[in-house]
Design a protein around this ligand. Structure first.
Ligand code: ATP
Ligand code: MG
Length: 418
């Protein structure tokens, strides 16, 4: 049996970078007042269709959707923002405290062409803030991402920032875009020819070569902002500049989801070839209301966890693990039984201890102790048991001492914890 295309196992020998990222990210989120939320992997299809947008790539071709037995359609979540909005509304969180900050991590599912940095089940680390319109929260989220990547030792990342405007400035921009594309219609792909009626903004995000060509010199949202959006964006960029956060204003950045308004950004790396975005985020001031909640400004981002780990591996970022404190070599049935109880008790009291219960020879168990990088080895053979003199070996200094079995556990804790 094999995993299905685009799905993969993340094996224990590769997990330390994942754990390191989670620890750094979660502690940073917590320090900025974010709380963890856990949401289902499966939702009604309608939630994603309505929020991400009917004419987006995700909804048009990438979702894992299937009919429920009782009618209706279900979808494996392709992203987290829609579900977190649903949760915010469903539990009427706005009524008790409209200002909420969430973070989560978990698998997302998109049926894309698998390649390095692009999988059909992939992981995101997600953060969302509800109830704050101020541009300082936009700056804070970009600062937070920058700080996280710095703590993880990442280099070669650039933040691309843009403003997509609001419903106030959209019509003027849309008109300019349609005027511009009017003379270049024959260059557009089939998909975009269809989108030009329904959702012209999506064309800006099309990856097809001829569409990219058609878009050369196209108008940009940032040049059509209403005064309120222009001021908002100005605060974001001025604040980041003051803090020394490096970024570039990227007029062509639009993001692949319909719900974004005002600030949108992507963090790009130079090390992963075509799969260059390691994180993406933006404001979505209209979405909560769109999904049936009260008008609530909101903003969030998602980190591509798989890609982040790949960048870290490429930069050879190490995650040293604490070694095993003690490996017990027990030879013979009586010693094995004793070792079982010592090991359980030592672990209970906080000492990482292992026993190999397979009844192997002293030589092969010493090899294993080395492989496990054990700091100490306790040897309990038949003779040692008979004479009540166990051997404790410090694997680094090679010093050996003998220990009596009476009071062994407290004695070991004394020695090993010092
Ligand atoms: P891309 O342009 O690379 O397709 P996207 O804009 O579709 O990315 P978002 O929806 O913004 O991606 O998701 C946020 C992050 O999740 C991306 O920046 C990326 O790092 C990661 N990501 C998205 N799709 C995948 C995937 N299929 N496999 C692995 N990571 C992904
Ligand atoms: Mg995509």
């Amino acid at each position: 049996m094999q995993t299905i295309r685009g799905f993969r196992d993340i094996l224990p020998e590769h997990i330390s970078l994942w754990q390191r990222v989670e620890q750094e990210a979660f502690s940073l989120f917590e320090s900025f007042g974010f709380k963890e939320i856990r949401i289902p992997v499966l939702e009604k299809t309608d939630l994603f269709a309505r929020s991400i947008g009917e004419t987006t790539d995700i909804v048009e071709k990438e979702m894992y959707t299937f009919p429920d037995r009782k009618g209706g359609h279900l979808t494996l979540r392709p992203e987290a923002t829609a579900s977190i909005c649903r949760s915010y509304i469903q539990h009427k969180m706005y009524a008790t405290d409209p200002l909420r900050k969430f973070y989560m991590t978990g698998p997302m599912f998109r049926r894309e062409r698998p390649q390095k940095g692009r999988y059909r089940q992939f992981y995101q680390i997600d953060a969302e803030v509800f109830g704050i319109e101020s541009a300082y929260i936009d700056a804070e989220l970009i600062f937070l991402l920058n700080e996280l990547f710095k703590r993880l030792g990442l280099t070669g990342l650039t933040a691309h920032i843009n403003s997509l405007g609001c419903p106030e400035c959209r019509p003027s921009f849309q008109r300019a875009l349609l005027d511009f594309l009017g003379e270049r219609k024959e260059l557009l792909c089939e998909n975009c020819t269809r989108r030009i009626q329904k959702n012209p903004l999506r064309i800006l995000d099309c990856k097809v070569e001829s569409c990219q060509q058609a878009l050369q010199g196209a108008p940009a949202t940032i040049d059509h902002l209403c005064p309120a959006c222009a001021d908002h964006f100005d605060i974001v960029t001025t604040t980041l500049k003051k803090q020394g956060v490096e970024f570039m204003v990227d007029k062509s950045l639009v993001r692949g989801l319909d719900y974004y308004t005002r600030t949108a950004w992507e963090i790009k790396t130079t090390t992963l070839g075509a799969q260059s975005a390691v994180a993406g985020g933006g404001r979505y001031d209209g979405l909560v209301q769109e999904l049936g909640g009260p008008a609530t400004p909101a903003i969030g981002f998602a980190i591509g966890f798989d890609r982040l780990v790949e960048v870290m591996a490429q930069l050879e970022i190490e995650t040293p693990k604490p070694p095993l404190d003690l490996f017990i070599i027990a030879l013979g049935a009586a010693a094995l039984e004793q070792a079982y109880h010592w090991s359980c008790e030592l672990n209970q009291r906080g000492l990482r201890t292992e026993v190999d219960f397979r009844g192997k020879s002293l030589k092969s168990l010493m090899k294993r102790a080395n492989k496990l990088n054990a700091a100490h080895v306790l040897i309990a053979g038949e003779n040692e048991l008979k004479e009540n003199q166990l051997i404790l070996r410090n694997m680094e200094t090679k010093d050996q001492s003998s220990l009596s079995m009476d009071n062994l556990v407290p004695e070991l804790i004394n020695i090993l914890k010092s």
